[in-house]
Design a protein around this ligand. Structure first.
Ligand SMILES: [Zn+2]
Length: 308
């Protein structure tokens, strides 16, 4: 069975942008950036689901790591170690009809997009340098650009390039399942060293300036970001996209977003009441805070902190 060495989580940048998007105006370029990050994350998640559902042999998977080599940052979407070889996957969640002309890639609107093969090459080169820098044993990493979105089509795709199209994923994974041998300590040790040397991508992220007073308050749908949330006694639902969650879940989500955006502001019943634009009663807020957080301070300065 595949063994995932860490869970894939949304990057700090993506989490912040998610929380901000219904609450402030984004510039067009920031909106595009956010949409791309989000799509990319969904693609990586989908590919990971395919790996865990379709791979049957023992192997190691290291999802979503960042490394810095000579002041350049690379994101390695998925690393996979079979007993015989390591693979590096650059996941592209492209959707629609793409085509290649004179080695240039064009998207559905006919506009040129960054050549994913060139990107893969840059990542591979940097990754090899990283191995030298960390004095890791030389391994022959096989890099591929993988397109997990079933609605992606690529015209004029040359043969013999390291690309895995949506329809090729099952057979590619079957081939991996046929590799023989047992995992040795070597890949474990390499992964361990890689995990210890991850870079923090935050300085490279695009987080806009934001201020508490300027943000819209309220309970927003996490799916479509509309304020249209109808409350029944114990639940919240969105009239726009039919998203549904319990009041407890919705409230916890909002407390977490508040805390993520403003780690230095106190979590108190009143502050959360204001953050949710009075959409949820103080009583419900207090109940959730008492059950999920630890109370600190006395009388007027009572606030809550995360347990453990
Ligand atoms: Zn919605």
């Amino acid at each position: 069975m595949p063994m995932f060495l860490k869970p894939r989580t949304k990057s700090y940048e993506l989490q912040i942008l998610h929380s901000l998007t219904p609450r402030m105006e984004f510039s067009n370029s920031l909106r595009t950036h956010f949409t791309n990050l989000n799509k990319g994350y969904i693609g990586e998640q989908n590919f990971e689901t395919m790996l865990s559902n379709q791979l049957t042999i023992d192997l190691l998977i290291l999802p979503d790591t960042y490394f810095e080599v000579n002041q350049s940052l690379i994101q390695v979407d998925t690393l996979l170690f079979t007993p015989s070889s390591p693979y590096l996957f650059e996941v592209k969640n492209f959707e629609g009809d793409y085509f290649i002309e004179d080695s240039r890639w064009y998207g559905p609107s006919g506009l040129e997009v960054n050549n994913p093969l060139a990107q893969l090459q840059r990542i591979e080169t940097t990754f090899r340098k990283l191995f030298q820098q960390l004095r890791l044993p030389r391994v022959d990493v096989k890099g591929y650009v993988v397109f997990p979105n079933p609605e992606f089509t690529l015209y004029n795709a040359p043969r013999n390039v390291p690309i895995i199209l949506p329809t090729q994923i099952p057979s590619f994974l079957k081939k991996i399942n046929r590799s023989s041998g047992k995992l040795s300590d070597k890949p474990f040790n390499i992964c361990q060293s890689l995990l210890e040397n991850q870079a923090d991508p935050t300085p490279y992220s695009r987080i806009p300036e934001y201020h508490y007073d300027q943000l819209l308050k309220g309970v927003f749908c996490p799916n479509c970001h509309k304020l249209e949330i109808i409350k029944s006694k114990n639940s919240l639902s969105c009239s726009e996209c039919n998203y549904f969650e319990s009041k407890q879940e919705g409230l916890l989500r909002n407390i977490k977003e508040y805390n993520l955006l403003f780690p230095h502001r106190a979590i108190s019943t009143n502050n959360i009441y204001e953050w949710c634009e009075k959409a949820i009663s103080r009583k419900s807020i207090q109940r959730v805070l008492l059950s999920e957080y630890v109370q600190e301070g006395k009388s007027r300065s009572i606030h809550y902190v995360k347990s453990n």
